[in-house]
Design a protein around this ligand. Structure first.
Ligand SMILES: Nc1ncnc2c1ncn2[C@@H]1O[C@H](COP(=O)(O)OP(=O)(O)OP(=O)(O)O)[C@@H](O)[C@H]1O
Ligand SMILES: O=P(O)(O)OC[C@H]1O[C@H](OP(=O)(O)OP(=O)(O)O)[C@H](O)[C@@H]1O
Ligand SMILES: [Mg+2]
Length: 282
């Protein structure tokens, strides 16, 4: 099983971090190599540019890929499908034009020029609206093109909006919402090996925002504690040998932990321990 992952850029580190937490850590010393092993003998990674990853998966150089949905759409590959939204690298592709210019709606661009690193998605957007534009492909610094008469507007990525503001550009319309996805080639999407990787990554997402709460309580106070901790399918209760008390464990939403611990103390809980959860396989 080979997973294509970004070799650099803003998606590189969070992707390796996610694989690590999923129990698929990339072996140390693998930087800058084309291929690397993971701690699982059945899973290796192929490092590639974020934009090339859908193509690598479609062509069979890798079986699975991790990159932005924007890159997936731009690549036009047809034999790959999303398995999971990995919930990082969230951004929007937007149509933007100079703040105080003549372009206020997409229709104002009829007969004009739009610069972008995403020519396929951009052409699709304007075709769908039957607006005739000349799409110019650039490979970076797209925000500058309206200021040097190369283009009347751009289609580019935004997240905080800082880059657009700095360049005196205003959003005219939304083109696409994106985040990082795990996707597979269709001919392997339903195999056990792909399912194993997807399950491991999903378990990290499911564990985020959850805490594991452990405590001791006298048998007599146990019903009150169970009342406070409905948990995932109820808390786990264990007898503590040679004592009148029981140990209770439960998964609690991170945002409820503060209030829950206070309530537990009120109803007689002792030795309350709160820990992070690495993975949660449902
Ligand atoms: N500002 C941003 N906020 C959130 N996600 C972003 C942002 N910019 C880019 N992304 C996401 O990260 C992906 C890759 O962008 P990144 O800048 O890391 O690589 P790149 O510019 O293609 O790298 P290079 O061209 O140097 O190989 C984008 O396709 C998008 O999905
Ligand atoms: O809304 P913002 O938070 O300002 O983010 C948007 C910017 O982020 C990306 O560039 P990146 O930082 O990846 O640099 P790059 O052009 O070298 O890829 C994108 O191309 C925009 O320029
Ligand atoms: Mg970039």
């Amino acid at each position: 099983m080979k997973i294509a992952v970004p070799n650099k850029g803003r998606l590189h580190d969070p992707t390796l971090d996610l694989l690590d937490r999923a129990g698929l850590a990339v072996e140390a010393g693998s930087d800058r190599q084309l291929y690397a092993d993971t701690v699982d003998p059945d899973v290796s990674v192929l490092f590639a540019r974020a934009a090339d990853i859908p193509e690598y998966v479609a062509d069979g150089a890798a079986d699975l890929g991790i990159t932005g949905y924007d890159q997936h759409r731009e690549s036009r590959v047809e034999n790959v499908s999303d398995l999971l939204d990995l919930e990082y690298g969230s951004c929007r592709l937007v149509l933007a034009a100079p703040e105080d210019g003549e372009i206020e709606t997409p229709d104002d661009l009829d007969g004009r020029t739009v610069a972008t690193e995403f020519p396929t998605v951009t052409a699709g957007y304007f075709d769908g609206r039957e607006i005739d534009v000349d799409v110019v492909e650039v490979t970076g610094a797209t925000e500058l093109t309206p200021h040097v008469e190369m283009a009347d507007a751009i289609v580019d990525i935004t997240s905080t909006g800082t880059t657009l503001r700095m360049n005196h550009l205003a959003v005219v319309d939304e083109v696409l919402d994106s985040s990082v996805r795990l996707f597979a080639r269709d001919d392997v999407a339903e195999t056990r090996d792909v399912e194993r990787v997807a399950t491991a990554l999903r378990s990290v997402l499911d564990a985020s925002g959850k805490r594991y709460v452990m405590l001791n309580v006298d048998e007599s106070d146990r019903p009150a504690v169970e009342e406070v901790l409905p948990g995932m399918g109820g808390p786990t209760v264990m007898d503590v040998e040679g004592e009148e008390s029981v140990a209770v464990h439960a998964v609690v939403d991170e945002r409820d932990v503060f209030a829950t611990v206070a309530e537990l103390k009120d109803v007689g809980a002792r030795d309350v321990l709160v820990t992070e959860i690495e993975r949660l396989v449902r």
